[in-house]
Design a protein around this ligand. Structure first.
Ligand code: ADP
Ligand code: MG
Length: 299
């Protein structure tokens, strides 16, 4: 009687996929990848679960992910419940003291803990922080100061993250930080992610959003710009091709790269497993911004 085990096609496929990931796993093990988490990937249950599993996979093969999150829809829901009207200027929320109370409660209290819980459930040891913790981020008023308590990043001190990362914890950071007087400010999460990536000398900055990437025509997904140099990215802002919420994304990619981050990616978070596609495949997805010379994706 034969007792030969039968290996299914599916098993063979699974093993070959794993094996093909080996060079990427080896390349990124021990490296830091800062992920800005937001948009549909945060709202839709299936996408959210896929992001958590992707982060778990990255962490378990020795990559050190750092998560920075926004909180868009949930903040608006709570502002609505409390009858506070949300206001925007240049893609950024104008934040008075009452709004800031809600932003802080929702982002630091609720959204942050939901992400931490979700990650813990798939076996990640996640730790929630805001800019206040360990004086991680200090804010200053954004621009000319007429956006109320909207902040920009004045300084980053990543010291609190090092012992966490060294011990296998995944930091989950909400983009609220105090100014020098201790007043909480709301900072665009892309901007925080970019500055953290720079201060951690991260291998990659990955911004998950709800577009395929930077589009030459923002209404045409087929006009995706797959790879840009720093100067090309700057030109797109100057020409007005990049606008609104894409501006802080593109700017933070430029700043992170100028400060030594190897590659910055703006990626479609509506694609399941967008993170793994970006880290573990050669073609990558979305828009990649690189230093000066053109290189192959993931090189
Ligand atoms: P997130 O919530 O992920 O931060 P935002 O809404 O702040 O996303 O920013 C993304 C938005 O930027 C897109 O939905 C689009 O409306 C706008 N945008 C402006 N210029 C471009 C461009 N050139 N390519 C793609 N999106 C653009
Ligand atoms: Mg935005």
């Amino acid at each position: 009687m034969s007792t030969e085990p039968s290996i299914s096609h599916q098993d063979t496929l699974r093993v070959s996929v794993l094996s093909e990931a080996l060079p990427y796993i080896q390349r990124f093990a021990g490296r830091r990848i800062v992920v800005k988490y937001g948009g549909a990937a945060m709202v839709q249950e299936e996408l959210r679960d896929a992001v958590f599993r992707d982060l778990a996979l990255l962490a378990s093969v020795g990559v050190q992910p750092v998560v920075v999150h926004g909180g868009g829809p949930e903040i608006n829901q709570w502002l609505g419940r409390l009858a506070i009207e949300p206001q925007f200027r240049d893609g950024l929320r104008v934040t008075d003291a009452a709004t800031m109370d809600v932003v802080e409660m929702v982002l630091v209290g609720r959204v942050n803990k939901q992400i931490v819980n979700g990650l813990n459930q798939v076996g990640v040891r996640a730790v929630g922080l805001s800019g206040s913790d360990g004086s991680l981020v200090r804010a200053r008023p954004y621009g000319d100061g007429d956006h109320g308590l909207v902040g920009d990043v004045a300084a980053v001190d990543p010291a609190v993250l090092r012992p966490l990362l060294d011990n296998g914890y995944v930091p989950v950071i909400s983009s609220v930080a105090p100014d020098s007087a201790g007043r909480a400010h709301n900072i665009n999460a892309d901007t925080v992610a970019g500055e953290l990536a720079a201060s951690l000398q991260a291998e990659k900055l990955i911004l998950l959003t709800d577009t395929p990437g930077i589009l030459r025509d923002r209404h045409d997904p087929a006009s995706l710009l797959r790879q840009l140099t720093l100067s090309e990215a700057r030109a797109l802002i100057a020409e007005g091709i990049v606008e609104g919420g894409m501006t802080p994304k593109t700017e933070c990619c430029i700043r992170a790269l100028a400060q030594g981050v190897a590659a910055a990616h703006i990626v479609d978070g509506r694609v399941p497993h967008a993170l793994l596609l970006e880290v573990f495949t050669n073609s990558g997805i979305g828009t990649m911004v690189v230093g000066s010379s053109r290189t192959l994706q993931n090189d």
